[in-house]
Ligand binder design. Structure first.
Ligand code: Z5A
Length: 212
């Protein structure tokens, strides 16, 4: 049986990295074989593309170049890691995926959603995540958390208005696909956030357990 594909999304400093460890503990407790990965990145080539994308630079990166680099890395990641792992029956937990492209390049940069969905079809075919956890937080709270952690990368140098657009982009995705997406209030305490994540994972797990 194919594995399940779980993605975790959200704006800056929302707590994805922190909560991925919690989700891995849940997968281990269920005795599920899984692989944890991230985008951009996830293979040596895709990690190099990630470095190109995140490095602050003097040259303006045009929106189309950014979009195509995101999908170039994704094609490699899918081909080398995600598809083979799911095919072997293991679950894949991915820190960001194509919803980030709709939110950042689509809603944030203003790129056409139809163009993104054409590239999505070319690169992914019919593959979509089975469950997406969208951690939601007021932009200024997330930026404050992120700024206390490390120097800003090229995306983190964007203005607050950009991240407001990205946040709305994510909330619209959740509205349009409520079967797949669960929005979690990430401004609460870590304990409360993880309780909500756990509820979402258990609700997702039960139907798949019955059908399996
Ligand atoms: N990008 C894109 O544009 N298009 C795409 O298609 C894709 C990506 C796939 C890299 O992503 C960039 O790529 C990203 C979008 C773009 N833009 N940026 N920037 P990334 O996922 O690697 O980068 P990130 O969003 O900045 O993630 P992050 O820096 O790793 O943040 P995080 O994982 O969400 O947060 P965290 O490190 O877990 O937590 C931040 C701090 O908050 C930390 O000190 C925690 O201890 C603290 N924290 C976490 N939760 C809580 C709670 N509940 N209470 C209090 N404090 C908390």
């Amino acid at each position: 049986m194919r594995g399940k594909f779980i993605t975790i999304e959200g704006t800056e400093g929302v707590g994805k990295t922190t909560n991925i460890q919690f989700i891995q503990d849940w997968l281990k407790a269920k005795n599920l074989a899984y692989l944890c990965t991230r985008e951009p990145g996830g293979t040596p080539l895709a990690e190099q593309i990630r470095d190109l994308l995140l490095a602050p630079r003097d040259e303006l990166v045009c929106d189309t170049a950014e979009l195509l680099l995101m999908f170039a890395g994704r094609a490699q990641h899918l081909n080398q890691v995600i598809e083979p792992t799911l095919g072997e029956g293991a679950w894949v937990l991915c820190d960001r995926f194509t919803d980030a492209t709709y939110a950042y390049q689509g809603a944030g940069r203003g790129m056409c959603a139809d163009l993104i969905s054409e590239l999505e079809l070319i690169v992914q075919g019919s593959l979509r995540p089975d469950l997406t956890l969208i951690l939601d937080i007021p932009v200024e709270v997330g930026l404050k958390r992120a700024s206390e952690r490390s120097d800003p990368d090229r995306f983190e140098q964007e203005k607050t208005e950009f991240f407001e657009l990205v946040r709305n982009g994510y909330l619209n995705i959740a509205k349009e696909d409520p079967e797949r997406c669960v929005v979690i209030d990430a401004s609460k305490s870590l304990e409360s956030v993880q309780r909500e994540i756990s509820i979402a994972l258990e609700a997702f797990w039960c139907p798949s357990e019955e059908s399996g």
